[in-house]
Design a protein around this ligand. Sequence first.
Ligand SMILES: [Mg+2]
Length: 236
Amino acid sequence: MHRKLVLFDIDGTLVRVGSVNRRVLGDALIEVYGTEGSTGNHDFSGKMDSAIIYEVLEHAGLDRREIAGRFDRARETYIALFRERTTPADITLLGGVRELLDELSGIPGVHLGLLTGNFEESGRHKLKLPGIDHYFPFGAFADDAILRTELPAIAVDRAARLTGTSFSPSETVIIGDTSHDIGCARVLNARSIAVATGNFSMQELAAHNPGALFENFAATGEVITEILNTQSSLPS
Ligand SMILES: [Mg+2]
């Protein structure tokens, strides 16, 4: 029997979210801070939602203490607006993802979770709309830590509590579309699988030495073979 913990990123890996996300964040920040800062043109890829809020507001000249003082309200406002305004048409389920999750979830000993910079409630909403949230009984989210590199240990810990299994690094796989996801795998010395369906090209991802690299998840069988591969990623 296999023994594998497979942790998926959300944006650019499982789904692509339309411009509604940026508009909603901007509106939430205007409501709470009176400015959206650099929300309109900021690079969000692979970053924690919490870090994005700080970065875009710091660009507008707010200091960290000012941001922290109203952060919880900003987070709640963003999540509420996101759930209210995002419709199924705003979410594109990426090619091969449903088949991949279907097949993986049917393999005994394989456990799926989330490892994402999203806040849990908005992140799960992105998965509920295309009907894939139920594949992920647990995860680690932007609500759990300041740095994304702190999330892998939290996800592994939750997996252990939920399944009763302590997954070793060689039994853990982290899947994502950015260098940040590959970096998370490196923190654990787990295997990383990168997919170029987000904002990073094949070439950009290859430069970060992922354990495996795919253009997309259309070839489900090949992706599953790489996920079940027992080697951990080599240190770069
Ligand atoms: Mg991503």
